[in-house]
Design a protein around this ligand. Structure first.
Ligand code: E4P
Length: 218
């Protein structure tokens, strides 16, 4: 399973990349706005930090304008992955980019049928937003399960499931159990995956006992 970082915060991405756990990065216009940085410069810097796919989202609404923006973004670095919204124009742009061998992440997915359309359009990734579904009382992880089953029913569909809008370690555990291909995690959620009080308590006891031996290893 691949771990992406869902962030436009360069320092947070760098810190996590240093752990060796980061396979890619996803951004969106809201995260870019929050960073206060110039979009293209930011994407270039993230692409330098992380060799894996870095999703950069187009903001045009019609397919031709999306493709024009995609070309600008693709010129930034080899590992740019174009992110498009799940609209008919987005799917049209996806088909065109996929035919050119470019990776597309189709975002804002909230239903299994949308995921099926994105896969038929040749998307490299589909991004179902589990947290936002949970927020409205729907079953975010149920959607991941449905998409997994549908994609597995049709092996010619090569789109990877990129679980997005992840809010908790429980989301991550459930996504991994279902067999999602990728999860994109806010930095704080990725960091929280390691936490367990018994690990802390056990380490504390081991170190205290070791001290009693008076030995050192190196
Ligand atoms: C990822 O590609 C999405 O932009 C992101 O996960 C959305 O998360 P949010 O629902 O917490 O904004």
């Amino acid at each position: 399973m691949q771990f992406f970082v869902d962030s436009a915060d360069l320092q947070a991405i760098k810190d996590l990349a240093d752990t060796g756990m980061v396979d890619g990065v996803t951004t969106n216009p809201s995260l870019v706005a929050k960073s206060g940085q110039d979009f293209k410069t930011l994407i270039a810097e993230i692409c330098d930090l992380v060799p894996g796919p870095v999703s950069a989202e187009v903001t045009a609404l019609d397919a031709d304008a999306m493709l024009k923006e995609a070309d600008e973004l693709l010129a930034i670095a080899e590992n740019v992955c174009i992110k498009v919204p799940l609209t008919w124009d987005g799917l049209k742009a996806t088909r065109s980019l996929a035919d050119r061998g470019k990776k597309v992440n189709v975002t804002l997915c909230f239903s299994a049928n949308q995921a099926l359309l994105a896969a038929k359009a040749g998307a490299a990734y589909i991004s179902p937003f589990v947290g936002r579904l949970d927020d409205i009382g729907a079953d975010g992880m149920g959607l991941i399960s449905d998409i997994r089953q549908i994609y597995d029913n049709y092996p010619d569909l090569e789109t990877e499931i990129l679980v997005a809008s992840v809010r908790s370690p429980e989301h991550m555990r459930a996504a991994a159990l279902i067999g999602a291909d990728v999860a994109t995690l806010p930095p704080e959620v990725l960091r929280s995956l390691i936490a367990h009080p018994l690990t802390d308590k056990g380490l504390e006891a081991f170190l205290a006992d070791w001290k009693k031996t008076g030995q050192s290893i190196a």
